[in-house]
Design a protein around this ligand. Structure first.
Ligand SMILES: Nc1ncnc2c1ncn2[C@@H]1O[C@H](COP(=O)(O)OP(=O)(O)O)[C@@H](O)[C@H]1O
Ligand SMILES: [Mg+2]
Length: 291
């Protein structure tokens, strides 16, 4: 299948690559030891004045935010500030919550997400949750599920072997499971289960990958593997990750959006937000860790 066409939408101002700021003599606690993104790709998504309320409670307030391919965007902020709500709105999962109401616009490429058929949309913008949630079936079938859904129900296993292998390889899991594809997914370790969920999400060939605290239930080794994986994936798709782990955001994010009480307080290159925040609220939140 050819990759989806890339349609550019008009951005208010051309993107200016930002040089890392001088460190002013201090060395941040968690200096990045990772390759930088090879460069910002096209804008894939954008929210415009996005507001989401659960009944009377406003969870996201007037947020306008672009999402670029070639980058990892981290949403950070204290618990309850609307990160998950914003993330789930991008592929219209929020509308499954009774009483949730949305204002403003969300675009994927130049198309309003409201105009895209919802299963198609959720293939293009796929999501991985905090708790690994493999289906109670074999490793192979978990990944094949996403492929079978796409076309005829009666696809032969032989036809699925190559794409299943590719998705498991991209998710960094192939070598560990290649001799064991018929094993029940629920017998895998937590870290393997989460990579399987990433493989399942990738099998649909999404343009945008949403990750909601994907490592918070995992051990440090699995966390490292998934962080490396995210850095590889950002070259081909746009990655948006919610994390309460500031060190993790600092290690893997190219851009950071800091939210507080539903509002987007600060958005910018990771180095700027962490090392030279513009707003006191951001400094209070990220300070201590990096200041
Ligand atoms: N299903 C829901 N019904 C009602 N209120 C909700 C629901 N989900 C989240 N909220 C509220 O919306 C606000 C933002 O929640 P959430 O997006 O989960 O924040 P975060 O991910 O930053 O912790 C919180 O005040 C939370 O209590
Ligand atoms: Mg959350």
């Amino acid at each position: 299948m050819p990759p989806p066409p890339i349609r550019r939408i008009v951005v208010d101002a051309p993107h200016q690559p930002v040089e890392a700021p001088p460190l002013n003599g201090h060395v941040p606690a968690a200096k990045r030891a990772r390759p930088r993104s090879s460069g910002q790709g096209p804008q894939r998504m954008r929210t415009e004045a996005l507001t989401i309320a659960y009944g009377e409670k406003v969870a996201v307030n007037n947020v306008s935010l672009p999402v670029f391919q070639g980058e990892v965007l981290a949403l950070i902020g204290p618990s309850g500030c609307g990160k998950t709500t914003l993330l789930r709105s991008l592929n219209r999962l929020v509308e499954l919550t009774p009483g949730a109401a949305r204002g403003g616009k969300i675009a994927l490429d130049d198309a309003d997400v409201d105009g895209i058929e919802v299963t198609t949309l959720r293939r293009q913008i796929s999501m991985v949750f905090q708790q690994p949630n493999p289906f109670p079936m074999s490793i192979f079938d978990n990944v094949a599920y996403a492929l079978r859904e796409q076309g005829s129900r009666r696809v032969k296993r032989a036809a699925l072997e190559a794409p299943v292998r590719e998705a498991l390889t991209r998710a960094g899991l192939w070598d560990e499971v290649k001799d064991d594809l018929d094993r029940p997914a629920l017998r895998m370790s937590g870290g393997q289960q989460q990579r399987l969920c990433i493989a399942r999400a990738l099998a649909a060939r999404p343009e945008v990958l949403l990750l909601d605290e994907p490592c918070s239930a995992l051990d440090p080794r699995s966390t490292t593997i998934i962080e490396e994986l995210i850095l590889d994936l950002r070259e081909e798709l746009a990655v948006v990750i919610v994390t309460h782990n500031l060190q993790q955001a600092y290690r893997i994010a190219d851009r950071v959006a800091f939210m507080f009480l539903g509002e987007l307080v600060e958005y910018g290159p990771a180095e700027e937000v962490f090392e030279r925040p513009q707003h006191t609220r951001t400094a209070d939140y990220v300070g201590g860790v990096f200041g």
